[in-house]
Ligand binder design. Structure first.
Ligand SMILES: [Zn+2]
Ligand SMILES: [Zn+2]
Length: 318
């Protein structure tokens, strides 16, 4: 089958072996997949991953148990053992033996077929198009923020970074009634927020005053945390969403002096994301920059890496 593979070099391969789902897993024909910052970081060395890329998808089950046969689905990306201490204590996204779709130990969804445990699947309602459903995984990651941090009306909240995840986070956070501002260095990115009635500030116009209750860091850059520490109030909270391949040193003393709580945040609840899309509470379609076929996967990754790009989708089948 066709697949976009990273093996030290990024290329579309024509003879990727079809997955053979073990017991409990379904074989899914991928219709659309989304390119995310994590995919770009993998090609820069993040996670030292080798294999088929991709973890955001929508597709149709072609082989599985009767419950899932021919269903249109999205899938959670952490494939877990159900036996370790993390799984048994109910936080299986932190399973000690997990594989992660297209990120760690398991081929991803930038291919014609993908295999995933049936327990990871969620059915997509008919009211959602493929182009919308492919956003469920990253939107769930945005909903994880409000699962981890209590955001109340009138709280001062910053989303740092107006890219793919920042836009989703902003649309989730604004619904809490908090006083939200999105900060980015790129005017074009902020235009999307402006259209949604969300307040924005360009980095160059920013005067950090350590006066925000919560800063959500979605820049995808190691500099993001430094700026976040200048924006958060003493005893405030920073939610860290960026993952990147770079490891550079950073002075964490401000966290101590200002008694700041730093919260790492990763995958989130699929049902919340599906419900928000179905209720049209979050606009994802206007975030789509380009839709390219899988055969143009390398070009699609190039387009996704451009600063002016929001979401780039791969169309893999109808
Ligand atoms: Zn992602
Ligand atoms: Zn486990």
């Amino acid at each position: 089958m066709l697949g976009l593979v990273y093996d030290g070099k990024l290329a579309v391969h024509k003879n990727v072996p079809e997955p053979t789902p073990p017991k409990g897993e379904a074989l899914i024909r991928v219709t659309h997949a989304g390119i995310c910052a994590t995919d770009l970081e993998i090609t820069r060395g993040y996670m030292a991953y080798r294999g088929v890329l991709g973890h955001e998808f929508v597709g149709r089950v072609v082989r599985g148990s009767r419950r899932w046969e021919s269903k249109r689905v999205v899938g959670e990306i952490n494939c877990v053992c159900e036996r370790c201490d993390m799984c048994r204590s109910g936080i299986s996204t932190h399973c000690r033996h997990r594989t992660v779709l297209g990120i760690a130990g398991r081929d991803g969804c930038f291919a014609e077929l993908v295999s995933l445990p049936e327990r990871n699947l969620h059915e997509v309602p008919d009211t959602l198009s493929d182009e919308e459903a492919v956003f469920v995984e990253p939107l769930a990651a945005a909903f994880q923020i409000v699962k981890q941090v209590r955001i109340e009306p009138r709280m001062r909240v910053v989303v740092l970074g107006g890219g793919r995840l920042g836009m989703l986070a902003a649309q989730v956070l604004v619904q809490t009634g908090c006083r939200l501002v999105v900060i980015d260095a790129d005017e074009q990115k902020l235009a999307f927020c402006d259209k949604k009635g969300i307040q924005t500030i360009l980095v160059e116009d920013l005067v950090p005053r350590k006066d925000h209750d919560v800063v959500v860091e979605c820049t995808g850059s190691p500099n993001g945390l430094e700026l976040a520490m200048q924006l958060v109030r003493p005893r405030g909270q920073i939610v860290l969403k960026s993952t990147h391949a770079t490891d550079r040193s950073i002075n964490l003393t401000p966290l101590v002096l200002d008694e700041i709580e730093l919260i790492g945040s990763r995958c989130g609840p699929f049902p919340d994301a599906l419900a928000a899309l179905a209720r049209r509470q979050v606009d994802v379609l206007s975030m789509v920059t380009r839709v390219l076929p899988l055969t143009k996967g390398v070009e699609a990754m190039d387009v996704a890496a451009r600063p002016e790009s929001m979401k780039v989708l791969l169309r893999i089948a109808d």
